[in-house]
Ligand binder design. Sequence first.
Ligand code: FES
Length: 171
Amino acid sequence: MSKITPNDEVIAEARKQFDKDILDFIDDCVKKQKPHSYLIAVLHKVQEKYGYLSKEKLQAIAHIMQIPAAKVSGVASFYHLFHLKPKGKLIISICMGTACYVKGADKVAKKLKEELGIDFNQTTSDGKYTLMETRCLGMCAMAPVIKIGDDVHAKVTPDKVLSLLEKYKNI
Ligand code: FES
């Protein structure tokens, strides 16, 4: 009978962080020729499932994939598309592409930041809204464009921000 090593126990504990579908995915990646090159794919998968990458999950990924924890958190914090904190119920994304910028997206962003009391990539303390900036949404003719949840709002001006937020206050 093979002996259980302390490392096995750490990995067993780490595995408890994930549901079976995620574990299957990570296990498949670990079996590949260069498992480390699948780290970003694993981070995406974990974020897709749990909404963000908590410290505990990053640590667990490091143990299961046998990658130094500093490397895992380094990669997770390097890429903007990874979230290390929980996101709000509603994501507000403002397009900062050229057409939107020229039409005043920065002023709309400033107003949104003031009203919500947060900066980009932050979540309001009530956990309701996360503010993000995004690249061109492909609706340049309707600039400046913002997305609130799945709704797209066109030709937004700073003075429309309050009434827009009002529509979502009961989420
Ligand atoms: S630049 Fe904003 S939609 Fe294209």
